[in-house]
Write a protein that binds this ligand. Structure first.
Ligand code: AMP
Ligand code: MG
Length: 418
């Protein structure tokens, strides 16, 4: 059998992203429901936040000049001329007086500092003794210090986090225009696969294994904002594979499969996709990973839509998970209009030895120690899913690179990928 040349990962990713034109159309959703969605337009602030100078403390608003002369020993005593709780607006501060004020309340005109209540003493006659001399501006949150009028607080193409929803709400946005959810059809191939729950562990026939890929792929897709049509397990037969693909091509943006994508006799995905559209099978210079396919599947002539993207992942669970994270994730983000789809990679210190430098770029499962270094999971096999739950992320190790304790390595936290 002829061997395909290995394609460098960066090249494969660039080629894949070149196919990922952002999906047409979007929808308005409540800001409550926009977590994880991708913003279509810049969010521009129609107001300044905070809207006016306000108090950062419960205490007394005053003029610094009114207390400046007081000796530290006895403090300055001021009449309390008004009370301003949060949500109400006081009058201009009369000279020589203080205003009782609470956190978030607007600072009255004329006041130039707030002294926290812990540094004040309410006297029996209703006046207040100020025991600590304030600096001008102390404990005042300035109008517009968070957001200026007209500032872009969230750029188009931002994937919304819970914090981003709060920020959008802080400028009054109850609804957000977001990218449409990619519609993804998912299926697993493999006659050895059995669904958990269908057969009890003690009754599993020889050669059978549980379908694990289906579970993490579905969850990963959902976390990336996709609407998933789960087509279950497709048998290792060409006709069944062709039929599943043909049906899925209508009404989906992407068909994602796992397994059957190598070039063995039982691998039917490749010829099935070729018979319905076009396929590029790549042997990517990455480990775990290697076989990965991208193509297009045409829908039947009478079906709506012009067909779907196709991505075939390797069957080995760790390979499937990692190729998803490194290749499919950026693809799906780009379909939703995210500009910067690369995960953040940070430098970290290895606390392990790695002598088996591979000619492929390798993604090692590692865990952060309390001391901030990385330790290695002992079994780096492509079927060892345990490593992915034990680990906090991956070391992205360049081809031919050995690692010694103390070396600086590239760390890709799972938090950036999942
Ligand atoms: P394949 O890519 O189909 O040659 O599969 C490679 C390996 O991954 C084989 O050991 C399969 O049994 C295993 N495998 C394939 N699909 C799955 C799946 N959905 N869940 C768990 N293991 C799988
Ligand atoms: Mg298979």
């Amino acid at each position: 059998m002829s061997r395909l040349p290995l394609k460098p990962l960066d090249e494969a990713l660039a080629e894949l992203l070149a196919h990922a034109q952002p999906l047409a159309g979007g929808e308005a959703v409540s800001t409550f429901d926009a977590d994880g969605r991708v913003l279509l337009h810049d969010a521009v602030s129609p107001l300044q936040v905070p809207p006016q100078d306000n108090s950062a403390m419960d205490g007394y608003a005053l003029r610094c000049a009114d207390v400046a002369g007081a000796g530290a020993a006895q403090g300055a005593v001021l009449a309390v001329s008004q009370r301003i709780p949060a949500g109400s607006v006081g009058a201009a501060l009369q000279p020589g007086t203080a205003a009782r004020i609470f956190t978030g309340a607007p600072v009255p005109a004329g006041a130039d500092a707030v002294v926290m209540q812990e540094d004040c003493e309410a006297l029996a006659d209703g006046r207040v003794r100020v025991n600590r001399l304030p600096a001008a501006g102390q404990n005042i949150r300035r109008a517009g210090e968070d957001i200026r009028l007209g500032a872009t607080v969230l750029a188009a193409g931002t994937r919304l986090t819970p914090a981003a929803l709060g920020l959008a709400a802080s400028i009054g946005l109850a609804q957000l225009q977001v990218a449409r959810r990619p519609r993804v059809a998912l299926f697993s191939t493999g006659d050895e696969l059995v669904m958990p729950g269908a057969v009890a562990p003690q009754d599993m026939p020889p050669g059978a294994i549980y379908n694990s890929n289906r579970f993490f792929l579905r969850a990963l897709l959902q976390r990336l904002g996709c609407e998933v049509t789960d087509l279950g397990i497709v048998p290792d037969r060409l006709d069944a594979t062709v039929q599943a693909l043909r049906e899925a091509a209508a009404g989906h943006d992407l068909i994602l499969t796992s397994g059957g994508v190598s070039v063995g006799e039982e691998d039917h995905v490749k010829p099935a996709v070729q018979s319905l559209g076009s396929l590029d099978l790549w042997m990517i210079a990455m480990k775990p990973g290697k076989p990965f396919a991208y193509g297009r599947v045409q829908a039947e002539a009478d079906a709506a839509g012009g067909g779907a993207h196709f991505i075939g992942l390797p069957g080995n669970p760790v390979s499937s998970l990692i190729t998803f994270c490194v290749l499919v994730r950026p693809f799906l983000l780009r379909l939703q209009g995210v500009v910067d789809v690369a995960p953040k990679i940070v430098a970290a210190r290895a606390d392990f030895t790695w002598l088996k430098a591979d000619k492929r770029r390798e993604f090692l499962r590692v865990r952060l120690t309390p001391g901030g270094a990385l330790e290695l999971y002992a079994n780096q096999g492509s079927g060892v899913l345990t490593s992915t739950v034990w680990g906090d992320g991956l070391v992205d190790n360049q081809p031919g690179q050995t690692i010694a304790p103390g070396d600086s390595v590239s760390f890709l936290p799972f938090a950036e990928l999942l």
